[in-house]
Design a protein around this ligand. Structure first.
Ligand code: NAP
Length: 313
């Protein structure tokens, strides 16, 4: 039996519960593809799952972490005809598998061709964060050219792509970030940047069509009043309270990002056209997954943190 390395949890807890295990290669079904993972990104959901506060239950352990990747096709199921071995792809996969591993099974509807202009580390940074940004702004927020959007957390993994997608759409982009990241978000194209540690954004912002909320809590509470009547607050952190939306004559939506190959391809084209750049703050190895999660959670990360899984990347 061929084995591979995978970073798994056997119980919930801090970084110490991550173990580097030898596990059998996953077997693709007829319509699936076995992918050799070159790089996988680190997302907040990974340390939330590790801590036992998100979705995965005790009876699903041991569990391999990681939701997105960039890699190459290794083996094709008998009905997966459109690709060939060696093709580079990037993907956002379902919760039943993990990408902190040397190989993973991917379904056709979870992947797209890797953007040509990105290496595997950069490409791995894009799928989960990019689809979250895209779906929040356009599917749920219905953002149109000329509209005003306030993005909370513009320097982070989702936020740095959201700022650029919204600009590429022709929106006016206002964003909050910490003081050390103000120049960074300006460089991504944000029209107005607010230091959330030094200022109250509601003193500077009003009449926005969309609040894209990547922070929640008090930040969300203070956001209702900056929306235009009929505007919408879209949150990545659960369903915002409907009564607050009603009080302010606005809409509210919460959502979980979903795999979407057409959207992956679409923002892959924006990347290859040079309209959007994927920023990788720091690269760790697979064996440093715990340190990588700690870095993402505790530091003022600009863009994304990525695990390099294959030496060939
Ligand atoms: N629903 C979904 O499907 C989905 C998908 C992806 C992500 N999420 C969630 O969305 C959130 C953001 O994800 P991410 O990957 O972008 O995380 P991230 O990379 O950690 O970025 C979060 C950003 O928020 C900033 N921030 C923290 N407190 C803030 C405040 N009070 N005001 C403004 N900005 C603030 C941080 O800045 P500093 O570091 O400088 O403080 C950081 O840049 C996470 O909680 C994640 O779990 C949900």
């Amino acid at each position: 039996m061929t084995t591979m390395k995978a970073v798994r949890i056997h119980r919930f807890g801090g970084p110490e519960v991550l173990t580097l295990d030898d596990v059998p290669w996953p077997q693709p079904k007829d319509d699936e593809i076995l992918v050799r993972v070159h790089a996988a990104s680190v997302n907040p959901v990974d340390y939330k799952i590790r801590g036992g506060s998100y979705s995965v239950k005790e009876d699903q352990l041991p569990y391999t972490l990681g939701r997105d990747l960039s890699g190459t096709v290794e083996l094709l199921g008998t009905r997966a005809h459109t690709l060939k071995a060696g093709d580079p792809i990037f993907a956002f996969i379902g919760m039943d598998r993990g990408t902190y591993a040397e190989y993973v099974v991917v379904k056709a509807m979870e992947m797209a061709a890797k953007p040509d202009t990105l290496d595997h580390v950069q490409a791995a940074a894009a799928p989960l964060a990019g689809l979250t940004a895209w779906q929040g702004l356009f599917d749920h927020g219905h953002l149109q050219a000329g509209q005003r959007v306030l993005i909370h957390g513009g320097a982070g993994g989702v936020g740095h792509l959201a700022v650029q997608f919204a600009k590429a759409k022709g929106a006016v982009v206002l964003t909050t970030a910490s003081g050390s990241d103000l120049e960074f978000v300006r460089g991504l194209g944000a029209d107005e940047v607010i230091d959330y540690e030094a200022e109250r954004f509601e003193d500077r912002v009003s009449d926005v069509d969309l609040v894209f909320d990547l922070v929640s809590g008090d930040t969300q509470d203070r956001s209702w009043g900056v929306l235009k009547e009929g505007g919408i607050l879209v949150s990545t952190l659960g369903q915002p309270p409907a009564e607050k939306a009603a009080q302010h004559n606005v809409q509210a939506a919460g959502y979980r990002a979903q795999p979407n190959p057409a959207q992956l391809s679409e923002f892959g084209r924006l990347i290859d056209d040079g309209q959007v750049r994927v920023v990788v703050d720091r690269i760790f190895s697979l064996t440093e997954a715990g340190a990588a999660q700690g870095y993402l959670k505790q530091e003022h990360v600009r863009g994304k943190v990525v695990l390099r899984v294959s030496d060939e990347t």
